[in-house]
Design a protein around this ligand. Sequence first.
Ligand SMILES: CC(C)(COP(=O)(O)OP(=O)(O)OC[C@H]1O[C@@H](n2cnc3c(N)ncnc32)[C@H](O)[C@@H]1OP(=O)(O)O)[C@@H](O)C(=O)NCCC(=O)NCCS
Length: 166
Amino acid sequence: MQVELLSDKYKAHILTNKNVDEIYDLLSKNILYYEYCPPFVTRQTIQEDMRILPPGKVIEDKYYIGFCQDGKLIAVMDLNDGYPEKLIVYIGFFMTDISVQGRGIGTEIIDYLCRYLSGLGYESVRLAWVKGNPQSEHFWLKNGFTPLMETTSNVAEEVILAERIL
Ligand SMILES: CC(C)(COP(=O)(O)OP(=O)(O)OC[C@H]1O[C@@H](n2cnc3c(N)ncnc32)[C@H](O)[C@@H]1OP(=O)(O)O)[C@@H](O)C(=O)NCCC(=O)NCCS
């Protein structure tokens, strides 16, 4: 997987500790998300999220990605290659800047990502949303993700695990 090929329209790149302030600026404006998924974001939780891994995975499988438009960070995605199986990609987190929401940018990023991964031979993309968060639920359903089961995770007691077949 080549991160710079994950989007044709936005500049996709790996985010590092140097980007923490711009990431904080983007995340901290999405108040609704943290109402369903406390605690509220801090610079420290961002640095922890940059390193957290799904069970059995190594840091080389993890991509904490920023998408930029005209030099401004407009979306953040945590992507895990080969979880829970080799040909499945797991999105741990996805958020767009509040100033660009509702314009189809989130959908565009997810659609392009899915086409790119399909071309590489991946079979599906999985993720989970916090049960009851209308914004996340509507977005992922609209983007072709089908609920697989209700479960628990490290982010919330009740989450819906969902999958989009590529
Ligand atoms: C979900 C999110 C990524 C969508 O990004 P976006 O750039 O606005 O995406 P799009 O413009 O392609 O789609 C917007 C869709 O979001 C959903 N949505 C946005 N706000 C909503 C709300 N308050 N209530 C219900 N649905 C909402 C709708 O399905 C909407 O589709 P519509 O335009 O057909 O009504 C963005 O709202 C976000 O970052 N939210 C906070 C983080 C989050 O919930 N991430 C997903 C879980 S990890």
